[in-house]
Design a protein around this ligand. Structure first.
Ligand SMILES: O=C(CO)[C@@H](O)[C@H](O)COP(=O)(O)O
Ligand SMILES: [Fe+2]
Length: 225
């Protein structure tokens, strides 16, 4: 199954003092989804924001809210993120022993269920949950911070996941170090959702956001052929 290329700017790299405006600007600039990085200072060595901030951003756009939970445990908080207005809730395979249950819970809340893999986690970790998942997020940096360098070995992992997914309607997302220079590599390997934080928000205007989003999309579409 072929999904469209989607560009999902991560607001981790946005100006936190005016997040609502940043969300509106990046959607005006052509963003398909808004990527929301939730970090707990425990699963990853950084702290960002929780459901209340997401709830306050929800009225600013109708764009899909793509929530990347870097928290452990995740299960006690799934309902809060669903109620805050997330459309996709992604948990890490490494965040708890009951991944299948976490994904079922997200779906039972009426949301799309995503699973994320750290760079060191093999794709075999998700072999038996493929029918319970709507999105696979392949981390192409170690989670916790924006602005890191794309890990080249992840290209092969994306390719293997694409093959594993087969005909299932699962979207494959990549996150970390995505820029025009790496967009073609990940799209050719099989990813269709490209998260980009610093590559988009390094600009200082809607026009700068737009040209970054367009450059990433163009490289991804060109590589797909
Ligand atoms: O989940 C994460 C980091 O843990 C990401 O979503 C980053 O926010 C991506 O930032 P860039 O690498 O694009 O700057
Ligand atoms: Fe992320």
């Amino acid at each position: 199954m072929t999904h469209p290329i989607r560009i999902a700017p991560s607001i981790l790299a946005a100006n936190f003092s005016k997040l609502g405006q940043e969300v509106r600007d990046v959607v005006d600039a052509g963003a398909d989804w808004i990527h929301l990085d939730v970090m707990d200072g425990h699963f990853v060595p950084n702290i960002t924001f929780g459901p209340d901030v997401i709830k306050s951003l929800r009225p600013h756009t109708q764009a899909t809210f793509d929530c990347h939970l870097m928290i452990a445990p995740a299960d006690p908080f799934l309902e809060a993120f669903a109620k805050a207005g997330c459309d996709i809730v992604t948990v890490h395979a490494e965040a708890g022993p009951h991944l299948h249950r976490s994904l079922q819970t997200v779906r039972s809340l009426g949301k799309k269920a995503g699973v994320s893999l750290n760079p060191a986690t093999p794709e075999s970790a998700i072999e038996y949950i493929l029918d319970t998942v709507d999105l696979i997020l392949v981390m192409t940096v170690n989670p916790g911070f924006g602005g890191q360098k794309f890990i080249a070995a992840m290209e092969e992992k994306i390719r293997r996941i694409k093959a594993m997914v087969g005909d299932r309607p699962i979207e494959i997302e990549v996150d970390g170090g995505v820029a025009p220079e790496t967009a073609g590599i990940v799209a050719k390997a099989g990813a269709n959702v490209l998260v980009a934080g610093s590559a988009v928000f390094k600009g200082d205007s809607v026009e700068a956001y737009r040209s970054a989003i367009e450059a990433i999309r163009a490289e991804a579409e060109k590589a797909r052929g």
